[in-house]
Every structure is written in structure tokens, then in C-alpha cells.
Design a binder for this molecule. Structure first.
Ligand code: HEM
Length: 245
């Protein structure tokens, strides 16, 4: 009887871990933890990507060399382009889990409160927190457009304009279209707001927030959000102003 119980799959350590993870995922706090962890992955990507993007101010050669380096990083230990693919897959998993958890948490909160709060109820909220959901949708639409634009050259270029060899040219030509630049700039503002409130939520979900820590976050998180927003906005603005050509 005892032996039978021990051989039951429920008592195997790996089944226990999978079971615990599924139980965590089924709870709202579990989904928020997933959103926090995947959010940190995406924030790290955006920070590094913004830093890389700013290399465009160093000129065509430096920027294109950087794009080549991204494909070569990890060689000879990894095959050419493999590190880039590993990070693409990691990012895709993070984005998918983040969106799935966000969608499920949103549906639960709508189901729990089918009618909106009346205006007179005082609520502690900032513009960043109020725009977190549809700001996330705008960022998602932006990322889809952005990958089709700069990585595949499938949108935003006249035939023959997209260069498979000069990432610099693609950015300059791409941002010369004012409404494309305007969309990028708008998306960066939402990204900054999402970052700012998202970072604060991460600290609270993971239980590492304190009153003192919150004050530090408003400064450090605010500066990081500002770096990401202004850093990214500076590129289309510089192209439109003729500073990068
Ligand atoms: C105005 C600001 C930005 C500029 C100028 C820019 C520029 C670029 C360029 C040139 C590429 C193609 C790189 C290559 O083919 O080597 C790229 C790829 C990409 N960017 Fe951005 N980016 C900006 C903002 C962002 C933001 C805010 C995000 C995310 C929220 C983002 C996410 C991505 C992703 C996911 C890729 C695809 C990477 C890949 O798989 O090759 N970018 N970006």
C-alpha cells in the first residue's frame, strides 16, 4: 500500500514541482508574479536595446558594426546568430506569458467588478497606472510594427528602399516618414509610463517594497523610464531634424 502510494506520480518530485507551479499560475498572485518576472526580462531587453540604439549618434559605421556584432556574439562557442536567436526565443516566451497573464488578470478583475467605481470614490492612481492596460496594447502593436519595419522591411518603405546590409540607412529612411516617427514617439511615451508603473508594481508584487524603497523607486525608476523614453524618442527626432542623415 505504502509502496503503491510512493510510486503514484503525484509523489514524484518533478510532478510536485509542476503541480505547485500550476497552482501558483491559477491564482491571481501567481499571474502577477509571472508578469513581474517576465516584465523584468523585457525591461532588461529594452534598457540594453536603448543603449544600443543610441550608438546611431556615433555614425553609420559604428551602428552597422553593432548590428553585425549582435549576430556574431557568442562565436566560436555558439554558431553564428545563435545567441541572437536564443534571446529572441526568450523574449518571445516572456512577452507571451506577460500578455496571457495580463489578459487573465484583467478578465478576472472585470468579472469581479462589472460596474465601474463611481467618480466620487477617492482613488490613489496616477496617469501611468490608469494607462497600464491599454498602454500595454499600444506597446504590443508598436513592437509588431517595429519588427515588421526594421527587422523585415515589410512595412514603411517604398520598394527597393530597405537595405539588408545597412541598419543605419533603414532607420534614417524609416524615420524620414513623419507619421511613422510620430507613431514611434507616441509609443515611447506609453512605454515610459508602462515602465514607470510596471516597475513599481514589480516591487510590490514581489514583496520587496517599503515606504523608503518607494521613495527611492520614484527617483531611480523615474530616471530609468526617462532614459528609455528620451533615448528612444531622440532617434526619430534627430532624423526629422536632419541631425542624422
Ligand atoms: C526609436 C527607438 C528604437 C529604434 C531606433 C530601434 C531600432 C531597432 C532596429 C534598427 C532593429 C533591427 C536590428 C537589426 O536588425 O539588427 C530593432 C529590432 C528590434 N527592436 Fe527596436 N528600436 C527602438 C525601440 C524599440 C523598443 C522600445 C522595443 C521594445 C519595446 C524594441 C524592440 C525590438 C525588437 C523586439 C526587435 C527585434 C530584434 C530581432 O529579433 O532582431 N525596439 N530595433
Amino acid at each position: 500500500m505504502e509502496i503503491e502510494a510512493l510510486s503514484d506520480s503525484r509523489y514524484r518530485p518533478q510532478s510536485y514541482v509542476v503541480g505547485a507551479l500550476l497552482t501558483l499560475w491559477s491564482s491571481s498572485i501567481g499571474k502577477k508574479i509571472v508578469m513581474s518576472l517576465t516584465g523584468m526580462v523585457m525591461m532588461s531587453f529594452v534598457l540594453v536595446h536603448t543603449y544600443g540604439t543610441l550608438k546611431i549618434f556615433k555614425g553609420e559605421q559604428v551602428f552597422n558594426d553593432y548590428a553585425v556584432w549582435l549576430r556574431e556574439v557568442g562565436t566560436p562557442f555558439l554558431a553564428h546568430g545563435m545567441a541572437l536567436w536564443i534571446s529572441r526565443i526568450g523574449l518571445l516566451v516572456a512577452v507571451s506569458l506577460h500578455m496571457l497573464a495580463a489578459w487573465q488578470v484583467t478578465r478576472r478583475s472585470w468579472a469581479a467588478r462589472p460596474t465601474r467605481y463611481e467618480k466620487k470614490v477617492p482613488m490613489m492612481s496616477t496617469y501611468a497606472s490608469r494607462t497600464i492596460r491599454w498602454g500595454g496594447v499600444i506597446i504590443l502593436l508598436f513592437v509588431v510594427y517595429h519588427v515588421l519595419h526594421f527587422t523585415f522591411g515589410a512595412v514603411g518603405y517604398a520598394p527597393g528602399q530597405y537595405s539588408p546590409t545597412s541598419v543605419y540607412r533603414n532607420v534614417v529612411i524609416g524615420f524620414s516618414v513623419w507619421y511613422v516617427s510620430a507613431f514611434y514617439i507616441l509609443a515611447q511615451i506609453f512605454l515610459g509610463l508602462h515602465w514607470y508603473h510596471g516597475g513599481w508594481s514589480i516591487l510590490h508584487t514581489l514583496g520587496v517594497a517599503t515606504a523608503w524603497g518607494d521613495r527611492v523607486y520614484w527617483t531611480v525608476g523615474g530616471l530609468m523610464a526617462l532614459f528609455v523614453t528620451l533615448g528612444n524618442v531622440s532617434v526619430p527626432v534627430a532624423v526629422l531634424a536632419g541631425l542624422i542623415k
